[in-house]
Design a binder for this molecule. Structure first.
Ligand code: SF4
Length: 205
């Protein structure tokens, strides 16, 4: 459950300037703001330390945006955790006063708040996404952890708006097993593309 909090303040687990490793913006230098808190509960989650928001310090949206601007990045990625557990309208208002592009990565389990240049929607089996994300997202990214995930991906892909980019990405620990299956799937379903977690190959955050 999300709690009602002051949208001028958000719990930040970490923020850092790196290269976006996956999805449509793969290879793009980007400043990441990772908000703490997630109750989606993916068994394979690689940031389980983000789940408990009470461990993290709350920062003002002014400070978050000011530090993003100072990084020199042109693109900011707001991620988590599940960032939409919080009302992000004040955060994106503050970003709109900067010249930064602001993207979000979300499971779609909570209502969409804020105005985003790019929405990467990555639904999870562990908590049903809300219907609004199919119409409003620019990108669908489905993580393939086992064979049943292809059918599940296709169900979500069919609901997406026609302009959305569709990506299948192997879960990191299953990368060897799932990548050949993803290659086959994408060849048979060419509206889909492959996303790899290239930051993990590069050993960067
Ligand atoms: Fe982890 Fe993301 Fe799943 Fe939350 S939604 S459990 S942060 S992978």
């Amino acid at each position: 459950m999300s709690e009602i909090t002051d949208p001028e303040f958000l719990p930040v687990m970490e923020s850092f300037y790196t290269i976006q490793g996956e999805g449509f913006y793969s290879g793009t230098p980007a400043y990441f703001v990772r908000l703490g808190g997630c109750d989606v509960g993916c068994v394979w989650c690689d940031v389980k330390e983000s789940w408990d928001a009470s461990q993290f310090e709350w920062f003002s949206v002014k400070q978050i945006v000011s530090e993003a601007k100072e990084s020199g990045a042109k693109v900011v990625v707001v991620t988590g955790g599940e960032p939409l557990m919080y009302d992000l309208s004040k955060l994106t208002e503050e970003f709109s006063r900067s010249n930064l592009q602001v993207n979000i990565e979300t499971s779609g389990a909570y209502p969409l708040t804020g105005r985003w240049d790019w929405i990467c929607f990555s639904p999870k089996k562990f908590k049903e996404p809300l219907g609004e994300f199919y119409a409003h997202s620019h990108e669908l990214k489905v993580i393939a952890y086992n064979k049943s995930d292809f059918k599940w991906a296709a169900l979500h892909g069919d609901k997406m708006n026609p302009n959305a980019e569709l990506f299948l990405q192997p879960e990191w620990s299953k990368e060897k097993e799932m990548t050949p299956l993803i290659v086959d799937f994408v060849k048979r379903n060419p509206k889909w593309k492959i996303s790899l977690q290239t930051h993990k190959y590069m050993d960067i955050p």
